[in-house]
Structures are given as structure tokens and as C-alpha cells.
Design a binder for this molecule. Structure first.
Ligand code: ATP
Ligand code: MG
Length: 364
């Protein structure tokens, strides 16, 4: 059997810098664990625009559709601000998400013990935290019709529509239950069924899918406002949280800040299963291209490396290897190795992007 394929789209700014460290990790797995991937590289964002006049070519799009997983760095930068909206770097990423139909956005909030002091919350609230927010990414109030600014009588009215079909709710719910089985086997679904019709349907559909297909997973429901409060009060009560596009946007940003730096946060966006049973998948750090530090060897590669760990776990069923990688990162942080973004106001001497990558390889 051939090796699983991994398409790397490093993109712009610090994207290629952090991706370089991921490639070191991938090479290590090939050599030391005999876990080999067919890796190919292509362009996205500003880099693709510079080469081809478009932020994503049809050829690259087709390769992404065929890959077992896509790993993306970051897109954009001030150089491209003047471009027409239709060829802006971000459009390349949006096209990938849309055409791969990546409806399930996974954002973990995971706190490495060594960084617990770095969080905005009390240490015992976040130390050892490991939760996952599953956000519906392709529907809801961001896309529902009618939308627009209209005139009503003698004033303007801005309208958005929260709209969810049963099948849209069902597929993201399944994705959350599947995830929970690979983790703590617990799902909390959040909506506002007390005031929203879409919330009532959301709760009904999640409950039905659970009873029919996932009765082994523990399910609870929470109103999203209460959920936000609980997330700040005692986040460790959760394992997987599943919620809609808008609530997921808010809750995942809040959860992210439980843990510290933008340079630490990975994400995955998953779609429907392909013929080989693997979900369509794109993995990327939450951070952007960070033009202010690009080209200086300062970027923290951990968010991108953790995104690869998510690929190991969720695309390639290599949960143990993912844990090995996360433990190596934990060890390096416990040893006090820090990129500049992980240093507090008291300062210290930071390591470079590639030194951090080397340390993680050593720890592996
Ligand atoms: P985008 O619009 O692409 O999300 P942005 O400007 O909103 O971009 P980032 O590019 O993520 O956000 O940068 C926000 C800040 O965080 C910048 O000061 C940047 O230097 C810092 N930052 C982002 N990623 C990293 C990283 N991996 N390591 C260190 N600092 C980072
Ligand atoms: Mg941003």
C-alpha cells in the first residue's frame, strides 16, 4: 500500500518558517518510527498570487481534494493589501474551505503545565486543560438568507438570518461524537434553545443522533451563555463542545485565551469522509502570517507542529504518535525553552524558530 499523502501549503509570512520545523518532525517520523508520508508542496495565498496571479490555482485545488490531509501555514501580508478582493491571499484559503466543504472546525484549548502561569486564569483552573470546541463552519447566521441592509419606513434595518437544516446539524454532531470517542467520550452541545428556533432544532437533532448512533457517549446540553460562563469558571468539566458557527466563533476564541499565546494554537477543519474513510481535512495554526516578525526567525512553530499532531490523530489514526509529539513539546517547555512570544514581562532569552524545532526533535 502506498503512503498516505500530505499536501503542504506553507503560504506567506511566517508560514514557510514554521512549516520548515514541521517538515523536520515529519522526517523524524519517517526515519525513526517508519511512519512515512508522501509529502508534496504547493503554493497558496500571496505566494501563489506572485507566481500565478491567483491565490489558489485549479491544479492546487485539485491536489488538495485528492490529498489525505492538507497542512497549511498562513496566508496574507501587507504587500497584498492593495489587491482586488477577488485575488486577495485570504480568498485562497476560503476557496479551499468551501470547495472541500469543511463543515466541522476543531479548535482545541490545551494547556501545557509549563505554561499554566502564562494564562490569564488561575493556575489550577487551566493546568492540564484539554478540551475541544467543534464549531459548525459552513452555515448558520453567517450565510443564512435573507441578509442585507434594507430600508423600512424611514429608517434602515440590518438583517441576518440564523438558518440550520437538519442535515447540517446532524453532520457536525456526528463529527463531534466521533471525536469524543477518541478522547474523553463526553459531548456538551451549546445553543440557545430557550430563545431561538434554530436552537430548538439543534437540540432535537443532536439528541436524536445521540440516541440512535452514539448512546455510548455522554451527552449534555447547555445554553451558550451559560456555557461561556462555565468555560471561564471551570473549563475542565468539558471534553468536546459542539456548537453553531456564531457561538463557536465566540466560544473558541474565549477558550483559546485560556491557554496563553497565539503561537500555541492549532486547528483542524474536517469535511465528509472520502472513499478511503478518512475525512477531508485541512490543518492549520490559528495564527496568521504575522508580518511584523516574518523573516526574523522569531516565530513560534508549536501551533503548526500541533496542527500536524492533530493530523496524526484525526486523519491517520495515529493517536499514540500524536501524544508522543505533544509530550515532546511538553518536555521542551518544561525545560524552559521559550520562543519570544512565550516570555512574560520579566523577559529571558528566547530561542529561534529553528532552535525550537530542533529541541522538539531532540525530545522526540
Ligand atoms: P490574520 O489576519 O492572518 O489572522 P493577524 O494580523 O490577525 O493576521 P497574526 O498574523 O496571527 O494576526 O498576528 C497577531 C500577532 O501575534 C502579531 O503580533 C504576531 O507577531 C503574533 N504572532 C502570531 N503568530 C505567532 C507565532 N507563531 N509566533 C509568535 N508570534 C506570533
Ligand atoms: Mg486575525
Amino acid at each position: 500500500m502506498s503512503n498516505p499523502s500530505l499536501l503542504i501549503l506553507a503560504g506567506d509570512g511566517i508560514g514557510p518558517e514554521v512549516m520548515g520545523e514541521v517538515v523536520k518532525i515529519i522526517d523524524w517520523y519517517g526515519e525513526k518510527r517508519d511512519l512515512k508520508f508522501d509529502v508534496s508542496h504547493d503554493l497558496v495565498g500571496g505566494a501563489a498570487y506572485d507566481a500565478h496571479g491567483t491565490p489558489l490555482t485549479d491544479e492546487t485545488m485539485a491536489r488538495a481534494q485528492d490529498a489525505d490531509a492538507v497542512l497549511l501555514g498562513a496566508v496574507g501580508g501587507p504587500k497584498y493589501d492593495v489587491l482586488d478582493f477577488s485575488v486577495k491571499p485570504e480568498r485562497g484559503l476560503l476557496r479551499l474551505r468551501k470547495e472541500m466543504d469543511l463543515f466541522s472546525n476543531l479548535r482545541p484549548a490545551q494547556c501545557f503545565d509549563a505554561l499554566a502561569d502564562f494564562s490569564s486564569l488561575k493556575k489550577d483552573v487551566v493546568a492540564g486543560l484539554d478540551i475541544m470546541i467543534v464549531r459548525e463552519l459552513t452555515s448558520g447566521v453567517y450565510f443564512g438568507e435573507p441578509r442585507g441592509i434594507f430600508t423600512e419606513g424611514n429608517e434602515r434595518v440590518g438583517i441576518n438570518t440564523q438558518r440550520y437544516t437538519e442535515s447540517e446539524i446532524a453532520r457536525v454532531a456526528r463529527s463531534a461524537f466521533e471525536l469524543a470517542r477518541k478522547r474523553g467520550n463526553k459531548v456538551c452541545s451549546m445553543e440557545k434553545a430557550n430563545v431561538m428556533e434554530s436552537g430548538i432544532l439543534w437540540r432535537e437533532v443532536v439528541t436524536e443522533i445521540h440516541a440512535k448512533e452514539y448512546a455510548d457517549v455522554e451527552l449534555s446540553h447547555m445554553y451558550a451563555d451559560a456555557g461561556a460562563m462555565q468555560l471561564c469558571r471551570w473549563p475542565k468539566q468539558f471534553d468536546v463542545i459542539v456548537t453553531d458557527n456564531l457561538f463557536g466563533d465566540l466560544l473558541s476564541d474565549a477558550a483559546a485565551m485560556l491557554t496563553g499565546s497565539l503561537g500555541m494554537l492549532p486547528s483542524a477543519s474536517l469535511g465528509a469522509p472520502m472513499a478511503n474513510g478518512r475525512p477531508k481535512a485541512l490543518y492549520e495554526p490559528v495564527h496568521g502570517s504575522a508580518p511584523d516578525i516574518a523573516g526574523q526567525g522569531k516565530a513560534n512553530p508549536i501551533a503548526c507542529i500541533l496542527s500536524f499532531a492533530m493530523a496524526l490523530r484525526y486523519s491517520f489514526d495515529e493517536g499514540e504518535e500524536a501524544t508522543r509529539l505533544e509530550s515532546a513539546i511538553e518536555k521542551v517547555l518544561a525545560d524552559g525553552v521559550r520562543t519570544a512570544d512565550l516570555l512574560g514581562p520579566e523577559g529571558g532569552s528566547p530561542v529561534s524558530t529553528s532552535e525550537m524545532g530542533d529541541k522538539i526533535v531532540e525530545a522526540l
